[in-house]
Design a protein around this ligand. Structure first.
Ligand code: ADP
Length: 645
């Protein structure tokens, strides 16, 4: 019996596309066929568990055979096989959702082309092949003829399906001893563009199996030529052909945790992610729930050199039952966790899932949310139980956590705030906000911070006078992003954040408070004269509530801080007019204040030079540039000369 049949219309279109594809990723045909074979064995196994009458087998195998002379590759499985009807339905038609959608997309593109619509958003034919697992038909990307020999578990007869990928295919009845399917691809001739004959090379096939199908649960075997020592003859080798299993089968993430050592997890990381260092830690998740999956995640020992470049692609690898789907599934990681490496394996994802579908897939969103939570809780745990290691982590990736806090208008700040740690004035090591609050003085209400490169610099700040006296601790902010983070956080555990050089410190008791208020009133003419002398450089001159030792300081109003002004002005396209309000504060107990006060009484005009001197000093302390250094220097010299007369 030999019968010739026509492919269904959609199948024809898909075939046509496959045959004429110049798609470079043609090699995925092997992944697709191996995955089909693996599914067929799955089905056999499943059925044999249900049905006592079916022969049990323990010799499941996917065998690959290469023939250079015939230019063929054969993929053979001992799975469930296909009946005549199944063969016609499965290979003569495209019924499954992935392909149907693929065809829809194709039609759309074709239509747009016909109508001459140019649409930059629209992918080309070639783009979309890569986005879909296209199953059996992908064989035609590399083959000019395909033969499928199959016998169903429930049939005594076998069938041979033959097609050159044109309009028709033929089906013949054949003898076949065993159930299962054997697919032979007659590869195309080598062309200038593409070497189809590479798929008869042992080396190529070994690599492809490693790349795409390493964790398929059944042995993928192939006859391999090996050089082996000749017995009894030293240093003599001969070629021997042996049947080898090419795949690892049980992936490390599917093994029982207790059977795998840390070294093995680390080695896997190094090999897979090309890092010569050990990872900082790994996380293995086995989740059974709405979506079942296993995830193996790594936090690298150090940030990869290109982590912050545009070229760096975040994401986790995605597998379905050990079959590789995509390399960098970016939907699985939030931006701030871009440094995390690893993979997710879920039987609930179909191989045919496209990149576009991935983005919308609820399964992926669920997995991503859960993974994020797990990573954070693991880091929290590390902070509490192995602080040195956590410090290591924070030095490498703390910036990312900070970014996570202020990204998206602080959407995740509550989740992440406890991961932040800071250097502080009173503490030898970095501490969390929780610890800061725990250590707060009895009368202390707010959390103080100062932006500076070092602890010494903070301690030297005139604004610290009173805080030092009260022994309040102060967070030291080193990074550009720190103030933005603090701004987004607003408060921690009911305590507001307060910059030591911003706004009003509110640290005095009522009596002292009143004294300064009165003094501000009394000395208003002097303070106003100083302000006028500075020609709008400062918004206010006032008697300070925070200075005890130093003569002057500069503080900002409640909006933009000095640090933010500096950071913003370094960025491109930021309005130069964004400026912190500058307030010049004077220490009324300082000799300098008394001297100015007297000078003003004697001669109000003499105040101009003093104003400039005081303001420039305050600028220097604050790390700003002074406008006219030469004039500043002249004024200083004059002053020294005068004081000696
Ligand atoms: P998919 O595997 O995604 O369903 P394919 O085009 O790869 O799509 O295969 C279509 C159908 O052909 C499969 O669903 C299966 O029923 C059948 N099939 C393909 N390969 C095999 C095989 N090796 N053994 C048994 N059935 C197979």
């Amino acid at each position: 019996m030999s019968e010739t049949r026509e492919f269904k219309t959609e199948s024809k279109r898909l075939l046509d596309l496959m045959i004429n594809s110049i798609y470079t990723n043609k090699e995925i045909f092997l992944r697709e066929l191996i995955s089909n074979a693996s599914d067929a064995i799955d089905k056999y196994h499943y059925l044999s568990l249900q049905d006592e009458t079916l022969p049990r087998r323990n010799d499941y195998e996917i065998n690959l055979k290469l023939d250079k002379d015939l230019n063929t590759i054969t993929i053979k499985d001992n799975g469930i096989g296909m009946t005549y009807d199944e063969l016609i339905n499965a290979l003569g038609t495209i019924a499954k959702s992935g392909s149907a959608e693929f065809i829809e997309k194709l039609k759309e593109i074709q239509k747009n082309k016909e109508e001459g619509k140019e649409d930059a958003e629209m992918p080309s034919d070639i783009d979309i092949i890569g986005q879909f697992g296209v199953g059996f038909y992908s064989a035609f990307m590399v083959a000019k003829k395909v033969e499928v020999r199959t016998r169903s578990l429930y049939d005594t007869k076998g069938y041979l399906f033959t097609s050159t990928g044109e309009e028709t295919y033929t089906v013949d009845e054949i003898e076949k001893d065993d159930s299962g399917t054997e697919i032979t691809l007659y590869l195309r001739e080598k062309t200038d563009e593409y070497d189809y004959t590479q798929f008869t090379e042992e080396w190529t096939i070994k690599n492809l199996v490693k790349k795409y199908s390493d964790y398929v649960r059944y042995p993928i075997t192939m006859l391999v030529t090996e050089s082996v020592p000749v017995e009894g003859k030293k240093d003599k080798y001969e070629d021997k052909v042996v049947l080898k299993t090419l795949n690892t089968m049980t992936p490390i993430w599917k093994k029982n945790k207790n059977d795998v050592t840390d070294e093995e997890y680390n080695k896997f990381y190094q090999e897979k992610y090309y890092d010569y260092r050990d990872p900082l830690l790994h996380i293995l998740l086995n989740v059974e729930g709405k979506v079942n999956y296993t995830a193996l995640l790594y936090i690298p020992g150090a940030a990869p050199y290109n982590l912050y470049s545009e070229k760096y692609e975040k994401g986790l690898q995605l597998y379905s039952k050990g079959v590789f789907i995509v390399d960098k599934c970016k939907e699985l990681l939030p931006d701030y966790l871009r440094f995390v490496k690893g993979l997710v394996d879920s039987p609930d994802l179909s191989l045919n899932i496209s990149r576009e579908l991935l983005q919308k897939s609820q399964e992926i969103t669920d997995i991503a949310t859960n993974i994020e939570k797990k990573i954070i809780s693991r880091l929290q745990n590390l902070q509490e139980n192995d602080f040195d290691k956590y410090l290591d982590f924070f030095k490498n990736f703390g910036v990312n956590i900070k970014f996570g806090v202020y990204d998206d208008f602080g959407m995740k700040k509550d989740m992440l705030k406890d991961l932040l740690i800071y250097d502080t004035v009173n503490s030898e090591k970095m501490i969390s906000l929780k610890e800061y609050v725990k250590n707060m003085k009895e009368d202390q209400k707010e959390i103080y911070y100062a932006s500076a490169k070092t602890k010494e610099a903070v301690l030297a700040m005139p604004q610290m006078d009173l805080l030092k006296k009260k022994e309040y601790d102060v967070l030291i902010l080193h990074d550009d992003v720190d103030e933005f983070v603090i701004n987004i956080l607003e408060e921690y555990d009911g305590h507001k954040f307060k910059s030591v050089n911003q706004g009003d410190l509110d640290l005095l008791d009522k009596e002292e408070e009143k004294k300064i208020k009165d003094l501000n009133k009394e000395k208003k003419p002097l303070l106003d004269a100083l302000k006028d002398a500075l020609n709008g450089e400062v918004d206010e001159v006032r008697i300070s509530k925070r200075l005890t030792n130093s003569a002057v300081c500069l503080v900002s109003g409640d909006g933009v801080s000095f640090e933010m002004e500096k950071v913003l002005h370094q960025m491109p396209n930021v309005n130069e007019n964004i400026k912190a309000n500058k307030i010049l504060e004077l220490n009324s107990n300082h000799e300098v204040f008394k001297a100015i006060d007297e000078a003003y009484d004697k001669n109000p005009d003499s105040i101009k030079d003093y104003a400039e001197l005081l303001y420039n000093q305050a600028l220097i302390i604050e790390g700003f540039k002074i406008k006219d250094p030469l004039r500043f220097s002249e004024l200083m010299c004059d002053l020294m000369i005068k004081s000696n007369k």
